[in-house]
Design a protein around this ligand. Structure first.
Ligand SMILES: [Zn+2]
Length: 303
């Protein structure tokens, strides 16, 4: 049999008013829609879908209170959960303060006033959201919301971030934040039910290319700053090599390019304040040979 958890993606795609303000032009946001704003339901439904996968992997049955594009009434949603005997009810939302861009931000989790189980459940979800999303903590709150009042089981409503805060709206459209919220809600549900959260076996692909640290030597003498390898190419700190090889390093303020030995480097990458360039280009520019020692991951520049 097992547990049954009702997941509610508050509102529908066409629910009037439930959306972000219009994003500033050309903000280039991931998930930015053609009409220039995000429906609240786009966030809610994405989180619910991801959360469902986590719960089912962990052996918990999931009931979606509004699986399609429609916006069933709140009573339809709670009646469904009650009639199926759901053990918990979670409603996922994004918040709004004024509806125009403002500064209200953070996560809040709601329970029904005076409900001990509801508060305990909301507190567990909130704990995970606070620990892992870096959202401002607006606390566990009580509210007489229909989905909290009409449900027979412990129920919580999560307001993950504010749609009318530009910084948080950029989170709400991002797949990473949606994934994070879904995972934390699922972890909270599992903790509340004393069910082990089963980790994903296929890890999400790392969005950064694989990076390994690389030691650097000039004429056999190790320098203190290290470089890195990315997809088989070594990148080395330009300034440190220039200094060790006695080669001038300049910076062209107009173009933002690094000039090594009077040559403008083409492969510069900045990590923080430090400029790196492809080891082969640096070697060519300073007329050195490159030796690669795979055993110690060291690039040696020989002049
Ligand atoms: Zn909402």
């Amino acid at each position: 049999m097992g547990y049954l958890v009702a997941l509610d993606d508050g509102h529908g795609m066409k629910t009037p008013g439930k959306r972000t303000p219009i994003f500033p032009a050309h903000s280039g946001l991931e998930g930015e829609t053609k009409q220039g704003y995000m429906h609240e339901n786009e966030f809610n439904r994405a989180v619910v879908a991801k959360c469902k996968a986590h719960l089912e992997r962990s052996g918990i049955n999931v009931l979606l209170t509004a699986p399609g594009d429609d916006d069933p009434s709140l009573t339809d949603r709670t009646n469904l959960a009650n009639s199926k005997g759901a053990d918990l009810f979670v409603s996922v939302h994004a918040n709004a303060y004024t509806g125009t861009w403002g500064s209200a931000k953070g996560v809040e989790t709601y329970c029904y006033p005076g409900s001990k189980k509801g508060r305990a459940f909301a507190a567990v979800l909130h704990k995970y959201l606070i620990e892992h999303t870096y959202q401002v903590n607006r606390g566990v709150r009580e509210a007489d919301f229909a989905v909290l009042r009409q449900t027979n089981m412990p129920a919580a409503l999560v307001e993950a971030a504010f749609m009318d805060n530009l910084e948080e709206a950029t989170l709400l459209v991002s797949d990473a934040f949606r994934s994070e919220c879904a995972e934390e809600i699922a972890r909270g549900v599992c903790e509340y039910l004393c069910v082990e959260f089963v980790e994903e076996t296929i890890k999400k692909p790392d969005i950064r290319p694989t990076v390994h640290k690389v030691a650097i030597a000039v004429n056999g003498k190790l320098i203190e700053v290290s470089g890195f390898m990315r997809e088989g190419n070594s990148f080395v700190p330009i300034r440190a090599i220039g200094d060790a090889a006695g080669t001038p390093v300049d910076w062209d303020i107009n173009s933002g390019k690094v000039i090594l030995n009077s040559v403008v480097l083409k492969t510069t990458v900045f990590v923080g304040e430090t400029g790196y360039a492809w080891a082969r280009e640096v070697a060519a520019v300073i007329s050195h040979e490159i030796e690669w020692d795979g055993g110690t991951c060291t690039v040696n520049f020989k002049g």
